[in-house]
Design a protein. Structure first.
Length: 264
């Protein structure tokens, strides 16, 4: 097993589709504005590129309104890429669309065959293990198949529970470095991060938990000043991106990209 949990040479993103207005959402908080979404997406991509990474930006997929959230469709490890089997019926086809893209970078692209389901947004890869949250989009059979696949490369998969009412495991957490996780108190309070250093989001700023560490930057949603201050005080180079429109579709910073270093 190679451990490179936050240092990446590549990323894949996808432009939001005009049909983003039809995207899934747990609670209707308004219709996403495509122009604002695209502006925020461009800013996000520019930050990834600023670290020296090569970012592939794919064209919109109008048949899949949620396909801007590319993370759910795949898991990219140093050894291979794994096409997921998303738990929302309207999103299952996104993984098949992503597989040939991954083949540009990986000679080994594996697919979750089913019958289980698993979303990339429920998977947190750390230096020591792969944490997978059970959720409405990820079931036991999907986790079992991922466990079997990744064991080939020496990974340990640990199943944890996503808090009730939370869409994805990574809605409430993100990896900051080899030993540090940013998390909401409702998630860290379950003990799932025992053995890690935990930085809790500030009270009332739980939506800040979905951030990404990408090379030298921590990229987080704008509008959560106290959590940003916590991260800066801990020594991270924090950059903030508008996320008002993605948030209307339960999306965040990790959802918008696949981050990886392909095999040499």
């Amino acid at each position: 097993m190679t451990t490179r949990s936050y240092t990446f040479s590549h990323a894949i993103a996808r432009k939001p589709s005009i049909r983003i207005v039809d995207g899934l959402r747990a609670v209707d908080t308004g219709t996403p504005d495509l122009v604002q979404f695209q502006q925020d997406h461009d800013h996000y991509v520019s930050l990834l590129e600023s670290t020296g990474a090569a970012v592939t930006v794919l064209d919109p997929l109008d048949d899949y309104p949620d396909s801007v959230f590319v993370e759910d469709a795949a898991l990219c490890l140093p050894e291979a890429a794994i096409a997921m089997r998303p738990g929302a019926p309207s999103r299952v086809g996104e993984a098949a669309m992503m597989a040939p893209v991954l083949s540009r970078f990986y000679s080994d692209v594996v697919s979750i065959a089913g019958p289980g389901f698993i979303d990339g947004g429920d998977i947190l890869v750390t230096e020591r293990e792969i944490l997978v949250g059970r959720s409405a989009r990820t079931d036991a059979a999907g986790i079992a198949e991922l466990t079997q696949i990744t064991a080939h490369w020496g990974y340990q998969v640990r199943e944890v529970n996503t808090p009730a009412g939370v869409l994805h495991f990574k809605t409430d957490c993100s990896l900051m470095d080899e030993e540090t996780v940013l998390a909401t108190r409702r998630l860290s309070g379950t003990g799932c991060f025992d053995g890690y250093r935990v930085i809790n989001t500030a009270d009332g700023e739980e939506a800040a938990a979905n951030a990404i560490r990408f090379n030298g930057l921590v990229i987080m949603p704008a509008g959560f000043p106290h959590t940003a201050e916590k991260l800066s005080a801990a020594g991270y180079d924090v950059r903030q991106v508008g996320n008002t429109e993605a948030a209307k579709l339960d999306g965040g910073m990790s959802c918008l990209s696949l981050r990886f270093s392909p095999p040499d």
